[in-house]
Design a protein around this ligand. Sequence first.
Ligand code: NAP
Length: 377
Amino acid sequence: MAAIQPFVLRWGIISTGGIASAFVKDLLVDPKTRAVHDVVHKVTAVGSRSVEKAQSFIGENAGGDKSIKAYGTYGEVYADKNVDAIYIGTPHTYHYINALDSLKAKKHVLCEKPVTSNAAELRSLLATAKEQGVFFMEALWTRFQPLALEVKRIAEEGSLGQPVVLHADLSGDFDIYNIPKTHRILDPDLGGGALLDLGPYPFIWAVLALYEHPSNKLAKPSNTIASMVKTPLTGVDRSTAFTLTFSPSSPSASNTLAAQAILSCNINVAAYPTGVVIRYERGNISIAAPIYCPKSFTVQYYEPGKSSTIAREETKHFDYVGRGMHFQADEVARCVRDGKSESELWGHDKSLLEMDVFDEVRRQGGYKFPPGVEKVV
Ligand SMILES: NC(=O)c1ccc[n+]([C@@H]2O[C@H](COP(=O)([O-])OP(=O)(O)OC[C@H]3O[C@@H](n4cnc5c(N)ncnc54)[C@H](OP(=O)(O)O)[C@@H]3O)[C@@H](O)[C@H]2O)c1
């Protein structure tokens, strides 16, 4: 019997920055190294604002593969008939226009986080994706990593009981006093600051552990409380802390989860090694930093009836070839192959929740983008 051929997804890459480079390197890792046999990835085009940059990007990240087209405009990638799906790796405030142009060209889209500058832009993109009948997903790669799938399985298998409180922080020392104010982490025109850049990662763990928990029945947080510390350098948020409360909508409601996520992000201190801690009625899960791509987690189970004594502890380690961005690409390929408009793991509802929460956090923190940054309000 002839072997079933894997589905081939042909990618066009928009931009030649740091994360586009990491993504392409992962795309080109042989899927068999991660036991994936049903899909493969091919890069067919790279678009940059400069054709020379596109050429050197292909040289550095794809071994100078002559079959990959180098374009000096993004528009040529959207128009390329050999491109099925587009990966967008531009700064946050360009995601909307780049994704809109891709969708209008009937291309499937994987767009870097945060998916847009605000929720209104995302709603507009989702309407366009629906009209065009194409797949659309935010590149929240953490949700697709094998470690995240295993954390979810253990968290929901019942032994730990209900989640009670989750702490997650992602910080990074961006050397803010020495980088140019036009750097994307500082420039308000590029959606600078901690929330939009780092906030998606503490948020994704709150979604996985609380929003998706079966007892929550996909109910949105009943309350969001936030505050920001701004840097006088450019006025963007240097530190942001936000709390999401999940609670039953009424005493008889089917969503019975009562739990809180305490989330934070910061652009002028290094990440703290703890990563994410999720505390349950009957134990804890601690996920090692970096929280966007953790490689191990530990589960502790309490002695029955004694939450002061750990009866059993287990640490799980994960290893694979590549950085871990290819798992989300496999998901895109399978969804496109199966004619789906969104992923079941990181679907449109979760990106919308993220952008609604971030809009509210910015409102409470008093962070307004400069006029014209938000293309839809
Ligand atoms: N998933 C993750 O772990 C992760 C990590 C880092 C960043 N990100 C996300 O990826 C996006 C890009 O981040 P990055 O670190 O890759 O940024 P970067 O290194 O600065 O690259 C951004 C690229 O976007 C293009 N671009 C288009 N208009 C631009 C403008 N006005 N100013 C600057 N660049 C412009 C440029 O490519 P051309 O010159 O070739 O057009 C540039 O190389 C952000 O939204 C960020 O949140 C995700």
